[in-house]
Ligand binder design. Sequence first.
Ligand code: CP
Length: 332
Amino acid sequence: MKHTQIGSLQLDSAGRLRHFLTVEGLNAGLLNRIMDTAESFCSVTEQTVKKVPLLRGKTVVNLFFENSTRTRTTFELAAKRLSADVLNINIATSATAKGESLLDTIRNIEAMQVDMFVVRHAHSGAAHFIAQHVAPHVSVINAGDGRHAHPTQAMLDLFTIRRSGRELPALKVAIVGDILHSRVARSEIHALRLLGVRDIRAIAPRTLLPMHAEDLGVSLWTDLDAGIEGVDVVVMLRLQRERMSGAFIPSEREYFARFGLTARRLALARPDAIVMHPGPINRGVEIDSEVADGLQSVILKQVHYGIPIRMAIMSLAMRSGTDFDPGAERRA
Ligand code: CP
Protein backbone atom coordinates (compact mmCIF):
# COMPACT_ATOMS: atom_id res chain seq x y z
CA MET A 1 0.00 0.00 0.00
CA LYS A 2 1.33 3.48 -0.90
CA HIS A 3 2.02 6.06 1.84
CA THR A 4 -0.80 8.33 0.63
CA GLN A 5 -3.29 5.45 0.87
CA ILE A 6 -2.07 4.56 4.36
CA GLY A 7 -2.26 8.23 5.34
CA SER A 8 -5.84 8.60 4.16
CA LEU A 9 -6.78 5.40 5.99
CA GLN A 10 -5.12 6.44 9.25
CA LEU A 11 -6.32 10.02 9.42
CA ASP A 12 -9.82 11.51 9.16
CA SER A 13 -10.62 14.41 6.81
CA ALA A 14 -9.39 16.88 9.45
CA GLY A 15 -6.03 15.08 9.80
CA ARG A 16 -6.91 13.47 13.13
CA LEU A 17 -5.91 9.94 14.03
CA ARG A 18 -8.55 7.33 13.19
CA HIS A 19 -6.44 4.16 12.98
CA PHE A 20 -2.81 3.80 14.09
CA LEU A 21 -1.18 1.39 11.65
CA THR A 22 2.28 2.76 10.90
CA VAL A 23 4.37 5.86 11.54
CA GLU A 24 4.79 6.32 7.77
CA GLY A 25 2.38 8.89 6.37
CA LEU A 26 2.03 10.68 9.73
CA ASN A 27 3.57 14.03 10.64
CA ALA A 28 5.70 15.48 13.44
CA GLY A 29 2.74 17.49 14.80
CA LEU A 30 0.71 14.34 15.35
CA LEU A 31 3.62 12.44 16.98
CA ASN A 32 4.13 15.38 19.35
CA ARG A 33 0.38 15.52 20.07
CA ILE A 34 0.45 11.83 21.03
CA MET A 35 3.38 12.46 23.40
CA ASP A 36 1.80 15.63 24.86
CA THR A 37 -1.40 13.68 25.49
CA ALA A 38 0.62 10.87 27.12
CA GLU A 39 2.17 13.49 29.46
CA SER A 40 -1.32 14.29 30.71
CA PHE A 41 -1.90 10.57 31.44
CA CYS A 42 1.34 10.03 33.39
CA SER A 43 -0.24 11.44 36.54
CA VAL A 44 -3.22 9.06 36.20
CA THR A 45 -0.92 6.08 36.62
CA GLU A 46 0.33 7.58 39.90
CA GLN A 47 -3.16 8.18 41.41
CA THR A 48 -4.69 5.84 44.02
CA VAL A 49 -7.61 5.24 41.62
CA LYS A 50 -5.77 4.83 38.31
CA LYS A 51 -8.78 5.59 36.09
CA VAL A 52 -10.31 8.36 34.00
CA PRO A 53 -13.74 8.08 32.34
CA LEU A 54 -12.68 9.08 28.81
CA LEU A 55 -13.65 5.82 27.10
CA ARG A 56 -16.51 4.77 29.40
CA GLY A 57 -19.02 2.71 27.40
CA LYS A 58 -16.47 1.83 24.68
CA THR A 59 -15.30 -1.72 24.02
CA VAL A 60 -11.72 -2.57 23.08
CA VAL A 61 -10.83 -6.00 21.65
CA ASN A 62 -7.29 -7.33 22.02
CA LEU A 63 -6.70 -9.66 19.08
CA PHE A 64 -3.21 -11.13 19.41
CA PHE A 65 -2.37 -13.83 16.86
CA GLU A 66 1.28 -13.75 18.05
CA ASN A 67 2.75 -14.03 21.54
CA SER A 68 3.17 -10.91 23.62
CA THR A 69 3.81 -9.95 27.23
CA ARG A 70 4.40 -6.17 27.27
CA THR A 71 2.22 -4.94 24.40
CA ARG A 72 -0.89 -6.97 25.21
CA THR A 73 -0.88 -6.25 28.93
CA THR A 74 -0.10 -2.53 28.59
CA PHE A 75 -2.87 -2.15 25.99
CA GLU A 76 -5.26 -3.90 28.38
CA LEU A 77 -4.21 -1.71 31.32
CA ALA A 78 -4.35 1.42 29.15
CA ALA A 79 -7.90 0.63 28.02
CA LYS A 80 -9.01 -0.17 31.59
CA ARG A 81 -7.45 3.05 32.91
CA LEU A 82 -9.55 4.90 30.31
CA SER A 83 -12.61 3.01 31.69
CA ALA A 84 -13.23 1.03 28.48
CA ASP A 85 -14.50 -2.55 28.57
CA VAL A 86 -11.77 -4.92 27.36
CA LEU A 87 -12.15 -8.24 25.61
CA ASN A 88 -9.04 -10.43 25.27
CA ILE A 89 -9.61 -13.01 22.55
CA ASN A 90 -7.69 -16.21 23.17
CA ILE A 91 -6.70 -17.13 19.62
CA ALA A 92 -5.59 -20.65 20.62
CA THR A 93 -9.13 -21.49 21.82
CA SER A 94 -11.03 -19.36 19.29
CA ALA A 95 -12.72 -20.48 16.07
CA THR A 96 -9.54 -19.43 14.20
CA ALA A 97 -8.27 -22.88 15.20
CA LYS A 98 -11.25 -24.37 13.26
CA GLY A 99 -10.30 -22.55 10.07
CA GLU A 100 -12.32 -19.32 10.39
CA SER A 101 -10.80 -16.57 8.22
CA LEU A 102 -9.40 -13.37 9.71
CA LEU A 103 -12.15 -11.32 8.06
CA ASP A 104 -14.91 -13.60 9.35
CA THR A 105 -13.46 -13.39 12.87
CA ILE A 106 -13.42 -9.58 12.63
CA ARG A 107 -16.97 -9.40 11.24
CA ASN A 108 -18.33 -11.65 13.98
CA ILE A 109 -16.67 -9.70 16.79
CA GLU A 110 -17.70 -6.41 15.16
CA ALA A 111 -21.32 -7.63 15.29
CA MET A 112 -20.97 -7.45 19.09
CA GLN A 113 -20.78 -3.66 18.69
CA VAL A 114 -17.17 -3.15 19.63
CA ASP A 115 -15.28 0.10 19.05
CA MET A 116 -11.60 -0.80 18.68
CA PHE A 117 -9.39 -3.69 17.60
CA VAL A 118 -5.81 -3.90 18.85
CA VAL A 119 -4.15 -6.36 16.48
CA ARG A 120 -0.89 -8.27 16.53
CA HIS A 121 -0.30 -10.63 13.62
CA ALA A 122 2.62 -12.51 12.09
CA HIS A 123 1.73 -11.22 8.62
CA SER A 124 2.84 -7.75 7.51
CA GLY A 125 -0.23 -5.75 6.49
CA ALA A 126 -2.75 -7.60 8.69
CA ALA A 127 -3.77 -4.47 10.62
CA HIS A 128 -4.14 -2.47 7.36
CA PHE A 129 -6.33 -5.22 5.95
CA ILE A 130 -8.61 -5.13 8.98
CA ALA A 131 -8.75 -1.31 8.96
CA GLN A 132 -9.95 -1.43 5.35
CA HIS A 133 -12.90 -3.63 6.33
CA VAL A 134 -14.22 -2.33 9.67
CA ALA A 135 -17.24 -0.06 10.14
CA PRO A 136 -16.58 3.71 10.10
CA HIS A 137 -16.84 4.08 13.90
CA VAL A 138 -14.31 1.27 14.61
CA SER A 139 -10.59 2.04 15.09
CA VAL A 140 -7.72 -0.37 14.48
CA ILE A 141 -4.38 -0.13 16.28
CA ASN A 142 -1.40 -2.08 14.97
CA ALA A 143 0.30 -3.88 17.88
CA GLY A 144 2.97 -5.34 15.56
CA ASP A 145 2.55 -6.91 12.09
CA GLY A 146 5.22 -9.28 10.82
CA ARG A 147 8.46 -7.46 10.22
CA HIS A 148 6.60 -4.37 8.96
CA ALA A 149 5.68 -2.03 11.82
CA HIS A 150 5.25 -1.66 15.57
CA PRO A 151 4.21 1.99 15.77
CA THR A 152 3.11 2.12 19.42
CA GLN A 153 6.51 0.70 20.45
CA ALA A 154 8.21 3.47 18.46
CA MET A 155 6.04 6.07 20.20
CA LEU A 156 6.76 4.76 23.68
CA ASP A 157 10.47 4.65 22.86
CA LEU A 158 10.43 8.30 21.72
CA PHE A 159 8.43 9.21 24.82
CA THR A 160 10.98 7.44 27.05
CA ILE A 161 13.79 9.43 25.39
CA ARG A 162 11.84 12.67 25.77
CA ARG A 163 11.07 11.93 29.45
CA SER A 164 14.78 11.30 30.06
CA GLY A 165 15.24 15.03 29.37
CA ARG A 166 17.02 14.70 26.02
CA GLU A 167 16.29 16.98 23.04
CA LEU A 168 15.51 14.74 20.08
CA PRO A 169 16.89 16.39 16.92
CA ALA A 170 20.47 16.66 18.22
CA LEU A 171 20.67 13.06 19.42
CA LYS A 172 22.94 10.35 18.06
CA VAL A 173 21.03 7.07 18.12
CA ALA A 174 22.46 3.57 17.58
CA ILE A 175 20.06 0.74 16.70
CA VAL A 176 21.91 -2.54 17.16
CA GLY A 177 21.12 -6.12 16.18
CA ASP A 178 18.61 -7.93 14.00
CA ILE A 179 17.44 -4.93 11.99
CA LEU A 180 16.46 -7.10 9.02
CA HIS A 181 13.56 -8.77 10.87
CA SER A 182 12.69 -5.88 13.20
CA ARG A 183 9.38 -4.06 12.92
CA VAL A 184 10.49 -1.99 15.92
CA ALA A 185 13.59 -0.72 14.08
CA ARG A 186 11.57 0.22 11.00
CA SER A 187 8.94 2.18 12.97
CA GLU A 188 11.55 3.75 15.22
CA ILE A 189 13.68 4.99 12.31
CA HIS A 190 10.62 6.59 10.63
CA ALA A 191 9.57 8.24 13.92
CA LEU A 192 13.07 9.53 14.76
CA ARG A 193 13.47 11.00 11.28
CA LEU A 194 10.04 12.66 11.41
CA LEU A 195 11.11 14.36 14.64
CA GLY A 196 14.32 15.63 13.07
CA VAL A 197 16.94 13.11 14.29
CA ARG A 198 19.58 12.82 11.58
CA ASP A 199 22.38 10.73 13.17
CA ILE A 200 20.79 7.26 13.25
CA ARG A 201 23.23 4.35 13.06
CA ALA A 202 22.05 0.87 12.08
CA ILE A 203 24.64 -1.56 13.50
CA ALA A 204 24.46 -5.25 12.63
CA PRO A 205 26.20 -8.11 10.85
CA ARG A 206 25.81 -7.65 7.10
CA THR A 207 23.40 -10.62 7.05
CA LEU A 208 21.03 -8.81 9.42
CA LEU A 209 20.89 -5.47 7.61
CA PRO A 210 18.02 -5.05 5.11
CA MET A 211 18.90 -4.59 1.43
CA HIS A 212 19.04 -0.86 0.67
CA ALA A 213 18.89 -0.07 4.42
CA GLU A 214 20.51 3.30 3.73
CA ASP A 215 17.28 4.29 1.91
CA LEU A 216 15.69 4.46 5.37
CA GLY A 217 17.94 7.43 6.14
CA VAL A 218 20.42 5.72 8.45
CA SER A 219 24.17 5.12 8.32
CA LEU A 220 25.23 1.47 8.23
CA TRP A 221 27.85 -0.06 10.52
CA THR A 222 29.10 -3.62 10.86
CA ASP A 223 31.48 -2.87 13.76
CA LEU A 224 29.70 -2.17 17.06
CA ASP A 225 32.76 -0.62 18.75
CA ALA A 226 33.06 1.96 15.97
CA GLY A 227 29.32 2.60 15.56
CA ILE A 228 28.50 3.10 19.23
CA GLU A 229 31.18 5.76 19.78
CA GLY A 230 29.71 8.97 21.19
CA VAL A 231 26.04 8.04 20.85
CA ASP A 232 23.35 9.29 23.27
CA VAL A 233 20.93 6.39 22.88
CA VAL A 234 21.60 2.69 22.27
CA VAL A 235 18.59 0.62 21.16
CA MET A 236 19.34 -3.11 21.36
CA LEU A 237 17.30 -5.62 19.37
CA ARG A 238 16.68 -9.32 19.90
CA LEU A 239 17.55 -11.95 17.28
CA GLN A 240 14.06 -12.67 15.93
CA ARG A 241 14.43 -16.37 15.30
CA GLU A 242 10.69 -16.80 14.67
CA ARG A 243 11.09 -14.72 11.49
CA MET A 244 14.38 -16.27 10.34
CA SER A 245 14.62 -19.04 7.79
CA GLY A 246 18.19 -20.26 7.57
CA ALA A 247 21.39 -19.32 9.39
CA PHE A 248 22.02 -15.59 9.69
CA ILE A 249 24.77 -15.82 12.34
CA PRO A 250 27.48 -18.45 12.93
CA SER A 251 26.46 -18.97 16.60
CA GLU A 252 24.95 -17.01 19.50
CA ARG A 253 28.34 -17.11 21.22
CA GLU A 254 30.06 -15.46 18.28
CA TYR A 255 27.18 -13.01 17.86
CA PHE A 256 27.52 -11.91 21.49
CA ALA A 257 31.29 -11.57 21.08
CA ARG A 258 30.82 -9.17 18.11
CA PHE A 259 27.46 -7.49 18.75
CA GLY A 260 26.58 -8.07 22.42
CA LEU A 261 26.30 -4.90 24.53
CA THR A 262 28.72 -5.18 27.44
CA ALA A 263 29.82 -2.56 29.98
CA ARG A 264 33.13 -2.20 28.11
CA ARG A 265 31.32 -1.40 24.86
CA LEU A 266 28.77 0.89 26.49
CA ALA A 267 31.70 2.93 27.86
CA LEU A 268 32.42 3.93 24.22
CA ALA A 269 29.07 5.77 24.05
CA ARG A 270 28.51 9.08 25.84
CA PRO A 271 28.86 8.71 29.63
CA ASP A 272 25.16 9.64 30.07
CA ALA A 273 23.92 7.44 27.21
CA ILE A 274 20.74 5.48 27.84
CA VAL A 275 20.22 1.81 26.90
CA MET A 276 16.87 0.74 25.47
CA HIS A 277 15.42 -2.59 24.39
CA PRO A 278 11.81 -3.27 23.33
CA GLY A 279 11.93 -6.71 25.00
CA PRO A 280 11.89 -9.58 25.42
CA ILE A 281 15.63 -9.43 26.18
CA ASN A 282 17.92 -12.41 25.69
CA ARG A 283 20.64 -12.03 28.30
CA GLY A 284 24.06 -13.10 27.06
CA VAL A 285 22.90 -13.07 23.41
CA GLU A 286 22.45 -9.37 22.54
CA ILE A 287 22.91 -7.79 25.97
CA ASP A 288 24.89 -8.53 29.12
CA SER A 289 22.94 -8.62 32.40
CA GLU A 290 25.29 -6.02 33.88
CA VAL A 291 24.08 -3.56 31.21
CA ALA A 292 20.43 -4.67 31.10
CA ASP A 293 20.11 -4.15 34.87
CA GLY A 294 22.62 -1.27 35.07
CA LEU A 295 22.12 2.40 35.87
CA GLN A 296 22.01 3.47 32.19
CA SER A 297 19.25 1.01 31.31
CA VAL A 298 15.74 2.46 30.79
CA ILE A 299 14.28 -0.86 29.64
CA LEU A 300 11.67 -1.06 32.42
CA LYS A 301 10.84 2.65 32.01
CA GLN A 302 9.93 1.83 28.40
CA VAL A 303 7.40 -0.71 29.70
CA HIS A 304 6.06 1.84 32.21
CA TYR A 305 5.60 4.52 29.54
CA GLY A 306 3.84 2.02 27.30
CA ILE A 307 0.69 2.62 29.35
CA PRO A 308 0.33 6.45 29.03
CA ILE A 309 1.40 6.30 25.36
CA ARG A 310 -1.21 3.64 24.57
CA MET A 311 -3.83 5.57 26.57
CA ALA A 312 -3.01 8.61 24.41
CA ILE A 313 -3.22 6.71 21.11
CA MET A 314 -6.46 4.94 22.04
CA SER A 315 -8.16 8.08 23.30
CA LEU A 316 -7.12 10.14 20.28
CA ALA A 317 -8.11 7.44 17.78
CA MET A 318 -11.46 6.76 19.39
CA ARG A 319 -12.36 10.42 19.56
CA SER A 320 -11.36 11.42 16.02
CA GLY A 321 -14.00 13.53 14.35
CA THR A 322 -14.52 15.53 17.57
CA ASP A 323 -12.68 18.47 19.10
CA PHE A 324 -11.39 16.11 21.75
CA ASP A 325 -8.77 17.41 24.18
CA PRO A 326 -8.05 14.74 26.84
CA GLY A 327 -6.24 17.29 29.00
CA ALA A 328 -9.23 19.66 29.00
CA GLU A 329 -11.72 16.84 29.69
CA ARG A 330 -9.64 15.66 32.64
CA ARG A 331 -9.37 19.19 34.00
CA ALA A 332 -13.16 19.81 33.74
N1 CP B 1 8.03 -4.98 22.80
C1 CP B 1 7.16 -5.95 22.54
O1 CP B 1 6.46 -5.91 21.52
O2 CP B 1 7.09 -6.94 23.49
P1 CP B 1 6.00 -8.10 23.50
O3 CP B 1 6.30 -9.00 22.34
O4 CP B 1 6.14 -8.79 24.83
O5 CP B 1 4.65 -7.46 23.35
